[in-house]
Design a protein around this ligand. Structure first.
Ligand code: UT7
Length: 322
């Protein structure tokens, strides 16, 4: 028994930031960004309107509509985010208010970029335990608030957006997962403070931006992601070729290509939208799932592996049947 995905939704801000735009902000150029990352443009939110909770709610409303259910049927909402616009209430309580899912329990979860996959696994565990039956899982991020627009090592990578899915208890589908973390390597990718409107020292100002040792994160990803997927396939007794689609965190095209090579699986089984979205952290997988659904590329009975990695360091892989 597991949760079957019965609805998909996403929200991307309309404002686009191109590589050309970035080349006027830092010393970079379109060729370098495309060659090293695969990114051509990303979406940047209007900070006064498109907050993390707003984007989460918009994606959630679409997912509930796509599921064709009454929001009152939802009994749990989990929002994965590292960039909440409030300390509290939780983003999930705001999503509950905006969707009318008045019968749901609510909590947020932060495990950086793998946040959506972690929330998805948490929801599956609740369904498997018989605790909840209909769960809304959302990944929403406003990374532009934490981007140092003078740091070319990070500002070219990230974008804003949100994605959501609805899970419903189903006797026929299967799901399994592995989650891992390495706290001692946390300094590779971190953001120390939430933004506050107070008089700021230089040290405080430094602490509000994302900082990343790009090469270390790259090496970690190309080593650990294929390994966790291989371990998951062994756990469920399936071969790599039996999986229809590998929906990976959209962080860098070269990372995805490397995972495809290592698993000896055709790159066509690794859908990508990173060229248009950049890295949207915990929103990247649900946004991509919604795009695939809209293009008619998700079919009943398909076998999917979702896998993500990022701050923590943390990473994981999930097997799900549609
Ligand atoms: O959600 C998880 C989050 N993070 C990631 O997944 C990031 C993983 N890492 C990466 O994607 C890559 O490491 C980056 C895309 C961030 C960087 O690519 P790289 O191939 O590892 O480049 P590098 O850091 O080794 O830098 C190569 C050169 C350096 O110049 P020198 O020392 O060779 O002269 C950099 O200073 O490229 C320079 N450089 C740039 N040049 C133009 C670094 N950033 C830029 C830039 N534009 N934006």
């Amino acid at each position: 028994m597991a949760g079957k995905i019965i609805g998909y939704g996403s929200y991307l801000p309309s404002k686009k930031l191109s590589n050309e735009d970035l080349s006027h902000m830092v010393e970079t150029n379109n060729e370098w960004i495309v060659e090293r990352t695969g990114i051509e443009s990303r979406n940047i939110s209007d900070p006064n309107v498109e907050t993390t909770s707003y984007m989460a709610s918009e994606a959630a409303i679409k997912a509930i509509e796509n599921a064709g259910i009454d929001a009152k049927e939802i009994d749990l909402i989990i929002v994965a985010t590292t960039t909440p616009n409030y300390v509290f209430p939780s983003m999930s309580c705001i999503v509950q208010r905006e969707t009318g899912a008045i019968n749901s329990a609510c909590f947020d979860l932060n495990s950086a970029c793998p946040g959506f996959v972690t929330a998805f696994n948490t929801a599956q565990a609740y369904i498997n335990a018989g605790q909840y039956e209909t769960i809304l899982v959302v990944g929403s991020e406003c990374l532009s608030n934490y981007t140092d627009w003078k740091d070319r090592g990070t500002c070219i990578l990230f974008g804003d957006g949100a994605g959501a899915i609805v899970l419903k208890k189903n006797e026929k589908v299967e799901c399994d997962f592995i989650m891992r973390a390495s706290g001692k390597r946390g300094d590779c990718l971190h953001c120390e403070s939430a933004m506050q409107d107070v008089e700021q020292t230089d040290a405080f100002k430094e602490s509000i931006y994302m900082r990343m040792k790009g090469q270390e994160v790259f090496k970690f990803a190309v080593t650990e992601v294929p390994k966790v997927i291989e371990d998951l396939l062994a756990k469920i007794g399936k071969e790599a070729k039996e999986i229809d689609l590998y929906v990976l965190h959209q962080a860098n095209k070269r990372i995805i290509e490397s995972v495809s090579k290592r698993l000896k699986v055709d790159i066509l089984k690794f859908p990508m939208n990173i060229q248009n979205t950049g890295n949207t952290s915990s929103a990247s997988i649900p946004v991509l799932l919604d795009e695939l659904r809209k293009k008619g590329e998700l079919k009943e009975g398909m076998k999917l592996v979702l896998s993500s990695f990022g701050g923590g360091l943390s990473w994981g892989a999930t097997y799900i049947e549609l």
